[in-house]
Write a protein that binds this ligand. Structure first.
Ligand code: TRP
Length: 352
């Protein structure tokens, strides 16, 4: 059983946009590292073709890809233990996407909640790529016959669509693609520092998140301004908070209290992750909490946690050639698999 498990194929991607923050780390990268180090057959890539479906500046994209590659390598993504590459370096992704387009019902894509959300956010740029985004994701995964897909909850629907697309292909032609399964992280979502009712995200502005590259001083400055409630007493369990947040849309009077409570639980969550459970338990037991002290403790633990990362990153950033070589070697390794898949697929569907 254990040996079989260690051979499962893991595929996951991350979009290059701004800087990685601790929410991305906890939600995705930490899981990648665990799987990589447990001996799964991992393919991790930077999803640059997905990222151009949003509004973006072409002058910045190359640097964003480079920065993300440096971040991931500095965090411990190890090209000796996984296949690490950039999506656009392996054009087979888009070729398989086209073929998958022809087995995917439009009605399935119309149901995708991410499409509906993003179409609302960028209403001047509702392009075909945005609509087709999940089919490209299915191609990313099935090109390598991915079985286990570590993602956040927001991507589960896309992984389910991947399974549907694989089934449609298998039914129309011949059984070829495996069943894909999402693997969820059990860590809590980190919330925005400035508005803890929302999840931590780049779109809420610099001060709302801790970037992995922030210096210890920057981390402390951001956390000093973290929103909390005022009494030092935790009057709600995490479950009560979650529940209240789901229903709070129609009771705005409670917003401020809820926001403060969410902020406190967010600090404790960070302490658990970057410090220890014990430390968080001790703070909880010693109410009323002095939030000034708690914030500084959390800042210190985050800074410590990423000290080695900052060191690794500085070294890699001075050697972009080395990073480019790693990515080129990764693309070559990925493409070997991709080419074999496409040869089979073309033959199956009757082209070339
Ligand atoms: N859509 C994913 C996200 O935004 C990124 C992604 C692209 C991905 N292709 C993938 C994740 C394939 C897992 C597998 O988070």
């Amino acid at each position: 059983m254990a040996t079989q498990k260690s051979k499962l194929i893991v595929v996951s991607g991350i979009q290059p946009s701004g800087r990685l923050h601790i929410g991305n780390y906890v939600g995705a990268v930490q899981n990648w590292l665990r799987l990589q180090n447990k001996g799964y057959r991992c393919l991790f890539f930077i999803a640059d073709y997905h990222s151009i479906t949003g509004d973006y500046d072409s002058a910045e994209k190359r640097e964003q890809v480079m920065n993300l590659a440096i971040d991931l390598l500095a965090l411990g993504i190890n090209p000796k233990k996984c296949t690490f590459f950039v999506q656009s370096h392996v054009p087979e992704h888009t070729e398989l996407c086209w073929i998958f387009n022809t087995v995917t019902p439009v009605s399935f894509l119309e149901r995708m909640t991410q499409f509906k959300d993003k179409a609302g956010q960028q209403d001047k740029n509702i392009n075909m790529g945005l609509f087709d985004y999940p089919v490209l994701q299915a191609a990313d995964i099935l090109l390598y016959k991915g079985e286990l897909i570590p993602v956040g909850v927001d991507q589960v629907q896309h992984v389910e669509l991947t399974r549907d697309v694989g089934r449609f292909f298998n039914n129309k032609y011949d059984t070829y693609f495996p069943e894909t399964k999402a693997m969820l992280t059990d860590v809590p979502k980190l919330r925005s520092i400035t508005d803890p009712l929302k999840k931590m995200s780049k779109s809420l502005g610099e001060k709302s998140y801790v970037a992995l590259t922030d210096s210890p001083e920057e981390i402390a400055n951001k956390l000093k301004r973290a929103v909390t409630e005022a009494t030092g007493i935790i009057s709600m369990t995490e479950e009560e908070l979650e529940h209240a947040m789901q229903t709070h849309a129609d009771s705005h009077a409670d917003d401020e209290k809820l926001r403060g409570m969410a902020g406190v639980w967010n600090l404790l969550a960070m302490l658990k992750i970057f410090g220890s459970e014990d430390e968080a338990d001790r703070i909880f037991a010693a109410q009323p909490i002095r939030y000034g002290d708690l914030k500084m403790l959390v800042a210190q633990r985050i800074a410590e946690h990423f000290a080695e990362f900052r060191k690794n990153r500085a070294i890699l950033a001075k050697n972009p050639e080395k990073v480019r070589r790693i990515l080129a070697a990764g693309a070559k390794k990925a493409q070997k698999i991709a080419k074999a898949t496409m040869k089979d697929v073309r033959k199956t569907i009757g082209v070339r």
